[in-house]
Ligand binder design. Structure first.
Ligand code: CU
Length: 667
């Protein structure tokens, strides 16, 4: 299972010589310029990301840390014995009460490796729930299937630290394919090379190699880490990244008594074996019933995640959807209201709700008051779209102190799913069926749709950071799909399917003329290409100036919702709506000129997010200040869409404004 470490401990210099000899130069081994120009023969022509094997064979090297805190213990070489002590970070020194002015350096090792759900370690867990906690058993839903684990866990271990801490993470790639790690929500304003996007901000980490990520936790909130290559995130390479603030800085500190890592929930849709075409289940912190079984939900043979609470206390809970499919989920807790306080790590004016929806990569934090009779209650997750076709749902248990610890709630998970009397109106946040025009859809939520709170209606606790007279530079963007000549379905941004380049953009930017290397809507038009008629596939880079107020209007030409994620920035959502007509969406610039797209007024504290659902046949309007020059990925967070081209890169600023990535001396 464990791959050979090519430049392992005892053989490092020998390995260097070997590679040097192979490449005809020792210099290549010892100097990592972070650029591909030294190895033109290794560059592959641009091909679409393939999830099983990759054409890239370039070696990437571990970066040496440049500004580490005193006393930080770092590994600089590894052998299999080093990584045998896989563990979570429950006793990590950075897991602490955050204090103003007391930031730390925090070191972690994440070993990414092939593993198995319901593997040999889980045999006893099948019969005795108490045995499931035994180290290294990934029970999942009790269906054996290959996974990619982090430190033998799926999801990977949660990282907890404080705002402004320096984070150093060695990611050991023991998969048999390249990998990278993205730190979703961190702006990377001083370290754009740590964003973890292959061939955009770094070269992929080859099997058997270590990559040292080093960055500052430049903001607080419910963030997460995940692989940014192929389908690895769907196989399990993801975990929570919780960045807390000192009490004085936290506007919601008085709303809850506890903020515990065991109340951080990662929801994930999964597939079985390598069949990435079909969502087969939704898991809550890697556990849940399977839908192949006819056993009722409350059968003791299922394994559910349990969240324990004590009556009378208020708990902050953090929910992340690591979604792969077009499978938005609805989250609620039986007989409990949720006080929603944050989304994508950004604090909002609290909203008391019965539940909320998440599309892939979105997060919501809420406060749960343990104010009900002390027993066990179902935590409910219901899947829609592709998950609805298979009637996928999942449960976890909210277990009050005093209730039977091993028992399950009575009744089915989805019974009485509003957690209320049926005639009482319910409030749901962030419904992906946003202002539906389609009658068959609106019928789904007739009784209470007036109570639903759309994403754009949420309010940030912070006013927008620009004055009302600000003039924004507007970029119009579109999401669409088309058939390639070979019948392949391509997904597109601005009618272009993204192809990964051979040179990593950030490192290699001085090597080429942008216009010859990148493409975008205007460069293709200048060449006389009409992407509305022909298939355009290329290295799609949208150029925007640095340090300017930027507005993006994203029009969705498809029926389905797309969760769009922007790296490097937190944006304000100032508009979101459904036009319902493809021809309107194709002419969105003209429609906007005629005032048909509504924007929030500047005195409305528009909600801050990093991922937002673009409604089917609808649009969103995002605003941000482009004060983070670099190459920032902009893509749909549904894996099949992103892999099939619904991705682009925003090049913010000119080369001279972007941080230079120094050569690193190795050996
Ligand atoms: Cu999509």
């Amino acid at each position: 299972m464990i791959a050979t470490n090519r430049c392992g401990r005892e053989s490092k210099s020998r390995c260097c010589q070997l590679i040097g000899a192979l490449l005809g130069t020792l210099l290549w081994c010892c100097l990592d310029l972070g650029q591909a120009q030294l190895q033109p023969q290794l560059e592959q022509s641009s091909t679409k990301i393939d999830w099983i094997t990759f054409p890239w064979s370039r070696n990437n090297r571990t970066n040496k840390p440049t500004h580490l805190g005193a006393g930080l213990q770092l590994k600089d070489d590894y052998d299999p014995a080093d990584v045998s002590g896989f563990s979570g970070f429950e006793r990590h020194p950075c897991r602490r009460v955050c204090q103003q002015g007391q930031s730390q350096s925090c070191y972690y090792q994440l070993v990414v490796h092939n593993y198995r759900r319901l593997g040999a370690e889980c045999q006893r867990c099948q019969y005795d729930e108490r045995a499931c906690a035994a180290e290294n058993c990934i029970y999942g839903d009790g269906v054996s299937s290959p996974v990619m684990a982090v430190n033998r866990m799926v999801p990977g271990p949660a990282i907890e630290l404080c705002e402004n801490d320096t984070v150093v993470v060695d990611v050991l790639n023991y998969l048999n394919e390249p990998s990278t790690m993205h730190w979703h929500g961190i702006h990377m304003s001083r370290s754009p090379e740590m964003d973890g996007v292959a061939h955009v901000t770094q070269y992929p980490v080859e099997p058997g190699e270590v990559y040292r990520y080093e960055f500052q936790a430049d903001r607080s909130g419910t963030l997460w880490y995940h692989s940014h290559l192929g389908w690895q995130r769907g196989f399990g390479v993801a975990g929570n990244l919780i960045v807390r603030q000192p009490h004085q800085a936290n506007p919601h500190a008085r709303l809850y008594d506890y903020d515990l890592v065991e109340h951080a929930i990662m929801v994930q849709d999964i597939f079985y074996d390598y069949n990435i075409q079909q969502a087969r289940n939704i898991l809550i912190n890697g556990k849940g019933r399977n839908h192949l079984s006819q056993l009722p939900d409350q059968d003791a043979r299922h394994r559910y995640e349990r969240l324990r609470v004590t009556p009378g206390y208020r708990y902050r809970m953090r929910i992340v959807l690591n979604g792969i499919f077009n499978c938005p989920v609805e989250f609620s807790i039986e007989q409990h209201k949720l006080l929603i306080i944050s989304t994508d790590g950004n604090d909002i004016v609290p909203v008391l709700a019965d539940g909320f929806f998440l599309t892939s990569a979105e997060r919501f934090d809420f406060v749960l008051e343990a104010n009900q009779f002390a027993k066990n209650y179902w935590i409910r997750v219901r899947g829609y779209e592709q998950c609805e076709e298979r009637k996928l749902y999942q449960g976890a248990v909210l277990s009050y102190r005093g209730a039977a610890r091993s028992e399950l709630p009575l009744g089915d998970i989805m019974e009485d799913q509003r957690g209320r009397e049926l005639d009482e109106p319910a409030t749901f946040i962030n419904d992906f069926r946003f202002k539906p025009l389609n009658a068959s859809i609106s019928a789904l939520r007739k009784s209470n749709k007036d109570k639903d709170v759309g994403t754009v209606s949420l309010r940030s606790v912070e006013p927008v950071p620009w004055p009302s007279y600000t003039k924004f530079l507007t970029h119009y963007s579109s999401l669409s799909m088309r058939q390639a000549q070979n019948g392949e379905q391509l997904f597109q941004i601005d009618e272009i399917s993204y192809i990964s380049p051979g040179i990593s953009m950030l490192q290699g930017r001085h090597l080429y003329q942008d216009d010859g290397y990148f493409c975008n809507r205007s460069s293709l038009a200048a060449q006389g290409r009409n992407c509305a008629r022909e298939v355009c596939e290329c290295v799609h880079v949208i150029r925007l100036p640095a340090y300017r107020p930027i507005e993006m209007v994203v029009a969705n030409h498809m029926d389905a919702t797309h969760p769009i994620h922007l790296h490097g920035f937190t944006f304000r959502l100032v508009g979101q709506g459904v036009l319902g007509s493809l021809s309107d969406l194709r002419n969105i610039r003209e429609l906007d000129r005629r005032g048909r797209l509504s924007r929030l007024s500047d005195d409305y504290a528009a909600v801050a997010k990093d991922t937002v659902q673009v409604p089917g046949l609808g649009y969103v309007i995002l605003r941000f200040i482009s004060d983070n020059p670099g190459f920032w990925s902009y893509h749909c967070h549904i894996e099949s869409h992103a892999v099939q081209g619904m991705a682009a890169v925003l090049k913010i600023g000119e080369n001279y404004q972007i941080k230079s990535i120094p050569a690193r001396v190795r050996c």
